[in-house]
Design a protein. Structure first.
Length: 389
């Protein structure tokens, strides 16, 4: 556990004002937003007040942080809790899930019993939730919704609501993409804007419910299907920038100078490690592209061309599994990029040491294996990233 103050606290204050992302779960901002909107004060993500105002970050373990663990992972969930309970301006407590002092801090500072405590009694619900979140490969809102929807772990639904309609560009894209599908299901073009509000806003409305009913989709699956449809459209918009970023970084990887060879680590060893990192990155992005085919524009065009309402129902019914596969594949791709960018930031264009390159390979292999295991455990279509061409 660390206590962060001064300049670090100022940086955290800025981070606390930014929206959640695949890497950061900003409960501080979400909780404040719900309170400002007049939502009931009893609504919680965590029952613990410090955790309910926390920042959770999927964090690459640096060399100086490895000593905090008995066996340091490549990636850990970092929990940042404001010292004064409401603002990060006065500092924060920083804690990694699974670090050596994790059990004692959870018990003494938050009064929570962890699963590995030797004390009798059940694990605290907040501790169980935190340890479950630690296993997620990413904090993508779709994965969070699949894990926590329906009151699981006591998380209020208000924390899981996602709207795609705040951005005019995204709204325009949605209208363009769903209009043919709505018409195909017997809807009126003039009612498409109302349908978009009903389906892709924060809450499912009657027009969306009527649409799902007309396709024969069971009501028990509506929340998951709607969340997956939101996710699919969100991912389509972000796929091209992700691919462009990947192309830039993969060229950089190929061109980066390697130094620091020794009798134990030759140039040939380092070059082979770079080739393996390159192959892993290619696997990750091939898996992303392959997963996107299941729900993208071309797939919808096939359904429209078929004019079969059953094809549309099957497409929507398949979306939760398709989007889960995409999110897991994307998690590996995002971690490849972020790990590489973090490693190269201090060195800039001066190159990378052979030792650092082998550490990167080890960490990325660990990340890939973790995501594959998580995918299989979650019950989605298994990821076979090692077999992706």
């Amino acid at each position: 556990m660390l206590v962060l103050k001064g300049r670090e606290a100022q940086q955290l204050e800025r981070l606390a004002g930014a929206r959640s992302s695949w890497r950061v779960l900003n409960l501080h901002l979400t909780t404040a937003g719900l309170q400002d909107a007049g939502r009931p004060s009893h609504l919680r993500f965590f029952q613990s007040q410090p955790l309910n105002h926390a920042l959770l970050i999927k964090h690459k373990i640096r060399e100086h942080e490895r000593a905090l663990f008995d066996a340091a992972p490549a990636l850990a969930t970092k929990v940042l809790m404001p010292l004064d309970g409401r603002s990060f301006g006065q500092g924060a407590v920083a804690l990694f899930v699974g670090e050596r002092s994790y059990k004692s801090v959870m018990r003494q500072w938050l009064g929570l019993k962890t699963q590995t405590d030797h004390f009798p009694g059940p694990i605290s619900p907040d501790a169980a939730l935190l340890e479950r979140l630690d296993k997620l490969p990413t904090f993508d809102p779709f994965l969070l919704g699949e894990l926590l929807r329906g009151g699981a772990y006591g998380v209020a639904e208000d924390y899981l609501q996602v709207s795609l309609l705040d951005d005019a560009r995204i709204r325009s894209f949605i209208v363009q993409e769903v209009t043919p599908l709505v018409v195909m299901a017997g809807g009126d073009v003039a009612r498409v804007p109302r349908f978009v509000d009903a389906m892709f806003g924060p809450r499912l409305d009657k027009a969306a419910a009527d649409f799902m009913t007309s396709l024969g989709l069971p009501e028990s699956r509506w929340p998951s299907i709607v969340a997956a449809w939101k996710g699919a459209l969100r991912f389509e918009i972000g796929l091209t920038p992700l691919q462009q970023r990947f192309s830039t970084r993969i060229r950089h990887l190929r061109a980066t100078r390697i130094f620091g060879f020794s009798s134990h680590l030759s140039r040939e060893d380092a070059d082979e490690a770079r080739d393996r990192i390159y192959a892993l990155a290619r696997r990750a992005f091939a898996a992303v592209s392959k997963a996107a085919v299941r729900f993208g524009t071309e797939r919808r065009a096939q359904i429209i061309a078929s004019e079969k309402i059953t094809d549309l129902g099957a497409y929507l019914g398949d979306l939760p599994d398709a989007v889960t596969q995409f999110v897991n594949s994307q998690a590996v791709a995002e971690h490849v990029l972020s790990f590489w960018e973090l490693m190269m930031r201090p060195a800039d264009d001066s190159g990378v040491s052979a030792d650092a390159l082998l550490r990167l390979e080890h960490d990325l292999n660990e990340i890939e294996a973790h995501v594959v295991r998580y995918s299989a455990h979650a019950g989605a279509t298994p990821m076979r990233m090692l077999n992706v061409a």
